[in-house]
Design a binder for this molecule. Structure first.
Ligand code: PGA
Length: 259
């Protein structure tokens, strides 16, 4: 069975004081849960993706909690003359286990193509990280009934080169662009259709047994009010949480919504 993954994507938020306070708060909740039998900790894996500037400061808090650390992006090369960029090897060096690649904000703000996202995902795997590959349709693509075609073409273009059991190291995040940061989450039918389409595509690539091991997260206005419903759907293996991950109570409420 796939353990649910609840990932907090802090985006470009968090100066040291507030960032450390948030991380400490999450760690405190997690440790209290472990003391009381670890019911929530067994139901889901927690992942924090703070900005690069906080990774080194947050890492020491996470020891013994089982909470994973991740980056929000990486360069497609592992080192070299790329001023201002951060490599997957550097993230690994800081204790990260995951890295988000192809988030729609990067695709939009930095013109990232599927090819680039694939190169980043390959670099992540090469460095020993698990890439979380983000895909999702825009509002106009959705209105024109193109959602499944867009998701398939993004998967074709951005998934890393994996064979056999390596597929289990992959996480895909379905994040409809129109649902990100808007308060409008996709409804149950949208999410069910998108996730089953993604699972079918993964089965075509890796065979159905291995495809069953890949976690497919939903992201886009996940909040305490809709988390339980979304997380109970077939093929929804967790959530990539933006805005609500910056509020301790909300993030914890989402984590405790895992069935
Ligand atoms: P949101 O962001 O939860 O604020 O909609 C999700 C994301 O962009 O990963």
């Amino acid at each position: 069975m796939r353990q649910k993954l609840i990932a907090g994507n802090w985006k470009m938020n968090g100066l040291s004081e507030e960032g450390l306070r948030l991380a400490e708060g999450i760690v405190d909740r997690r440790l209290r849960d472990i003391e009381h039998g670890g019911e929530i900790s067994r139901a889901c894996e927690l992942l924090l993706c703070p900005p690069f500037t906080l990774l080194a400061q947050i890492r020491p808090f996470l020891g013994g909690t089982g909470i994973a650390l991740g980056g929000q992006d990486c360069h497609p090369e592992l080192s070299g003359a790329h001023t201002g960029d951060i490599s997957a090897a550097m993230l690994m060096d800081l204790g990260c286990e995951y890295v988000i690649v192809g988030h729609s904000e990067r695709r939009q703000d930095h013109g990232e193509s599927d090819d680039l996202v694939r190169a980043k995902a390959n670099a992540a795997l090469q460095a020993g990280l698990t890439p979380i590959v983000c895909i999702g349709e825009t509002e106009s693509q959705r209105e024109q009934g193109q959602t499944q075609a867009v998701l398939r073409s993004q998967l074709e273009g951005s998934l890393p080169e994996l064979d056999g059991r390596e597929a289990m190291r992959l996480v895909v995040a379905y994040e409809p662009v129109w649902a990100i940061g808007t308060g409008k989450s996709a409804d149950v039918q949208d999410v069910t259709d998108a996730h089953s389409g993604i699972r079918s595509y993964l089965a075509e690539c890796f065979g159905s047994d291995l495809a069953q091991g890949v976690r497919v997260l939903y992201g886009g206005s996940v909040k305490p009010e809709n988390a339980a419903k979304l997380l109970s759907l077939d093929n929804v293996d967790g959530a990539l949480v933006g805005g609500a991950s910056l509020k301790l109570e909300d993030f914890w409420a989402i984590a405790t919504s895992c069935p």
